[in-house]
Design a protein around this ligand. Structure first.
Ligand code: F6P
Length: 258
């Protein structure tokens, strides 16, 4: 409660934080679906608010992929590491998305811009059971996964389900099945419906949705009217300590009760 008093949110941001039952929201003007420059404002704001969120100390930051995260990373700077030390680690190895927006690339870029170590995880996420089992026992991979599990800070985005199905070139059969289950969003390899129920789980390699509960500093970075439903549904999994950086495109729809 005391912390809340110190957090300067305007009325709409406070209403959104209360509605989503999370600690803090920042809403940047505009809709990133209509104006791509809004995405840069979201990124700048994320970098600034992360500076406000984190105390001095040592952090293992788990970093997700996606175009929002890739764009946000470009606004990170050494200011963040003035009184902090960082190890960045991707939340997963890769789900067949283009290299520049994979978690590996985003965490590497953040480490370069902020200053700090990056641990890469070069393992495709969609392996067979057998390949998965043998990869998991590789010492270097084991080490990265164990560091990931110790993350005390998490930076991630939430995707629109349809956009993510297409980006990952899912089969028509799977797309129809996910549509039949009314999937609206995706994060951490989980597709979920409007009620926040997981309707399909894609990945086993990397940070799981169940792991986020215990991460003390967590920031979701996601905006655009097409993500309103996804953000709203996903926030059921987000622990109370979550900070959300979004835009009016998403916020206005969520507050209208999409
Ligand atoms: O693929 C990584 C990921 O973080 C997904 O979990 C999420 O759905 C997506 O990226 C968001 O991507 P974008 O920012 O491009 O909408």
């Amino acid at each position: 409660r005391f912390m809340r008093l110190l957090l300067n949110m305007d009325a709409k941001e406070k209403a959104l934080a209360d509605y989503l039952n999370i600690q803090f929201c920042r809403i940047v003007p505009g809709d990133s679906d209509e104006d791509a420059s809004v995405l840069d404002e979201i990124g700048k704001t994320a970098a600034k608010e992360l500076h406000a969120l984190l105390p001095a100390g040592e952090f293992i930051v788990a970093v997700a992929g996606g175009s929002t995260m890739a764009r946000a990373a470009e606004h990170f700077s050494p200011e963040l590491s003035q009184n902090r030390e960082f190890i960045f680690v991707p939340t997963r190895g890769g789900l067949g998305e283009s290299m520049s927006i994979q978690a590996n690339s985003v965490s590497d870029r953040m480490a370069q811009l902020v200053g700090g170590e990056n641990m890469a995880l070069f393992v495709p996420d969609n392996l067979s059971e057998k390949a998965y089992a043998s990869m998991k026992s590789e010492p270097s991979i084991k080490h990265t996964l164990s560091v990931m599990k110790k993350a005390n800070c998490l930076l991630y985005s939430i995707g629109n389900a349809k956009v993510m199905m297409e980006r990952r070139r899912m089969s028509h059969g799977l797309i129809s099945s996910l549509e039949a289950h009314n999937a609206v969003g995706e994060a951490f390899g989980c597709y979920f419906n409007e009620n926040g129920e997981i309707v399909y789980r894609l990945s086993r390699f990397g940070l799981q949705i169940e792991d986020i509960e215990k991460i003390p500093y967590a920031m979701a970075i996601a905006g655009g009217s097409t993500k309103a439903k996804a953000i709203k549904a996903f926030m059921k999994y987000a622990p109370h300590q979550t900070w959300l950086i979004t835009d009016e495109g998403a916020a206005n729809l969520i507050l209208k009760g999409v």
